[in-house]
Write a protein that binds this ligand. Structure first.
Ligand code: SF4
Ligand code: SF4
Length: 199
């Protein structure tokens, strides 16, 4: 099939990753979070994958645009200044933001949708792991809220770590992982978690 190159703005935040790297990441993350062929969307009505309010969507990672044509009918594209969107101050330029006007074909989902409910985590010694994304998932995702009842398939976790190792080899993306990890540290120590009985 003819793949028409993505034509985004020139001043997108760039990464050093190639299309081949992103293809490997997509293939690694093309795996269900729960074992036994269970569709986790059945637990929650696919809460993390629907336009539950106008304007919700997903940021692509720097360079991830190579996986799209920019004309996917299920996505609405816009570009946000990285510095006003919670990304590291060192990121100069724009980041692609896709609003979900319909559900993505499974094999075309962006990385942040594939990796959820896991997120990458860099500890203070710069060691990479993956953790449950309590920043985004504590209130919406049963796999995060009731992790004991719904353990993730270890193969999903293994693949997620391999995928994030590839992504974290890019210094720009690594900076964001570090920022998110410190936010996670802070969030997990927050008093409101104990008050609500969340870990
Ligand atoms: S990852 Fe969590 S919120 Fe998303 S569909 Fe699965 S159970 Fe629902
Ligand atoms: S998979 Fe697609 S439709 Fe679902 S949340 Fe991600 S971008 Fe939106």
């Amino acid at each position: 099939m003819l793949h028409v190159a993505f034509l985004g703005p020139r001043n997108l935040v760039k990464s050093t990753l190639t299309k081949k790297d992103f293809e490997r990441v997509y293939a690694l993350l093309d795996y269900p979070a729960l074992g036994g062929g269970t569709d986790c969307g059945a637990l929650c009505g696919s809460l993390c994958c629907q336009e539950y309010e106008p304007g919700v969507g997903m940021y692509l990672l720097p360079g991830e645009e190579v996986m799209f044509t920019g004309r996917e009918p299920w996505l609405r594209w816009s570009y946000k200044a990285a510095k006003h969107s919670g990304f590291p101050g060192t990121w100069k330029g724009l980041i692609a933001f896709v609003e979900c006007s319909a559900t993505c074909p499974r094999e075309r989902r962006p990385i942040q949708c594939r990796t959820f409910p896991l997120m990458p985590y860099l500890d203070r010694e710069d060691k990479l792991s993956v953790r449950l994304d309590t920043l985004m998932g504590s209130l919406v995702c049963p796999l995060v809220r009731r992790a004991d009842e719904h353990p993730l398939d270890p193969e999903f976790s293994r693949r997620a770590l391999l995928a994030w190792r590839i992504l974290a080899s890019d210094p720009t993306i690594r900076q964001d992982i570090e920022g998110q990890s410190r936010m996670l540290d802070k969030d997990q120590a927050a008093p409101w978690r104990r008050l609500l009985g969340l870990f």
